[in-house]
Every structure is written in structure tokens, then in C-alpha cells.
Ligand binder design. Sequence first.
Ligand code: ADP
Ligand code: MG
Length: 274
Amino acid sequence: MSSRIELAGVGQVFQVRSDTDKQIEEFVALEGLDLTVEPGELVTIVGPSGCGKSTVLDLVSGLTRPSSGQVVVDGKVVTEPGLDRGVVFQQYTLLPWRTALGNVEFALEAKGGLSRAERTRVAREFLDLVGLPDFENRYPHELSGGMKQRVAIARSLSYQPEVLLMDEPFGALDAQTRERLQEELVQIWKRTGTTIVFITHDIDEAVFLGQRVAVMSARPGRIREVITIDLDRDAPDDVDIRSTPEFAHYRHEIWTLLRQVNRRAQLNEVNQVA
Ligand code: ADP
Ligand code: MG
């Protein structure tokens, strides 16, 4: 159960108020952006802050429509949000008045078609999948940041979307929790076969998770380069993949690209002012 995602010639223009004379002007956030994610693939998108990463994700999720170009998921042009696409954001979006179990059940209520008992059974199954079987009766304020994101992931996976869209979901977590969740996400992805698009500004996270890493440029946002990451994802548990020479090679390659991207963005800014 997974879908192909295609972004073709995508542009996004926002109307913004100018800092100087308060007139409405156009801000080109994305221009001519092309990216295809194959069914079942895990692609990470990395780029400088403000380059348009969240804008790309909003377009695929259907929260916004592009100013130009097309966003196609599973052969259909995206026009609105749908349960075929699950989204996990950086900030915790759980309902505070519902338990962990209740939050996952809530998503299943929205989907419909299941009895109360079936919803509970499926919700438990997905809390189990994200490693939270013993915390179903806790309220969000009783859970750590990492646990809350696990619940959010369980909630998004519970209605079995074809595509999972993640916008810096581990950005607010401490380094150790973050690494554990990255490892667990890879396991979950292997088990479910869901197509995943994962946004981050962390190079290590992009290399660790992505089968391919799409590096974005800024002003306007577009895909600068897509790098295939050939690491042994079936390595035994005690192999520290992040410390291998191959990992360091990819990290450096992407670091170099991002440096070029940032330099160019700075030059553009200078030219616009001049
Ligand atoms: P990122 O997620 O890479 O940090 P965003 O996609 O959030 O970047 O934003 C890209 C650019 O578009 C930023 O300069 C941001 O200020 C601008 N932007 C995003 N959404 C809007 C909006 N609704 N209206 C005006 N400008 C926006
Ligand atoms: Mg963002």
C-alpha cells in the first residue's frame, strides 16, 4: 500500500506586505520544482531554513494549492487533504483531553467504518508498533516529547495512509531520543512499506533516513540535487552506521552542496538590495 508522488514544475507565490512601503508584493517561495518519489520509497528533503521545505509538504498534503505546476499522488492531482496522506508535524498536535489510545482512536473515528472495539484494537496495534504499548492511558501532558511524537506517528499510521509526510518531526527532541526515533522509523517503514517524505534541516538525519536525499536551494526554492544513499540498512543492530566512512562521505557531499546553496542565496540577496 503505497503511492508515487510527483511534483512537476511546481511554483508557489505568496502575497506579502513589503517591509518598506507596506504595499502587497509577490514572494516567490518555490519555482520550477521537480521531484518524484517512488512508491514505498523513503526520501528526505534537506535545505536551509526558509527555503520552502514546509511549503512543499503542504502542497503534497493538499493544505495548499500550487501557483503553477502540478502535484500528483497515486495518479491523481492533489486538490485537498485526504486520508491517503498522513502528516506528522514538528509541534505536538495531540488532543490534550484524550489519552494516547484516545488520540489514535480519534483518527480512526474520522476515517469511519470501524466499530468501537475494532478502533481500540487497531489503535493498540499501532501504539505497539511505535513502542508504546504500556502508555495507552496516559494523557499528552504525562508523556515525554519523544513519546508524544510516537503517538502522533501511530495516529498517522493507524488509518494506513499510502503516504506519510513528516515535517521536521524530531526537531524538538534531544539528540539521543532523536536517534532512537530515527532508527525506529526505519523499522516501521520497512514493516509498513509506506512511501515517506521526511523534511529536515539536519544533514545526519537526512543521510541516515533517506534512500535518497533531495537537497533544496533557496530563493527560489527548488531541488538542487538528489543524492542516492547507498548504505547497508540491514546491518546488525550493533553496527554504528553513522560512524562509517560511507556515511561521512555522504554527509560531506551534502554539506558542500548546502554551503553552495547558502552562498548563492546570500549573493541573490545582495544583488536584490543593490
Ligand atoms: P522552510 O520550511 O524551508 O523553513 P517554508 O516553506 O516554511 O520554509 O517557507 C518558505 C518561504 O515562504 C519563507 O520565506 C516563508 O516566510 C514564506 N512563506 C511560507 N508560507 C507563507 C505564507 N502563507 N505567506 C507568505 N509567505 C509564506
Ligand atoms: Mg519548515
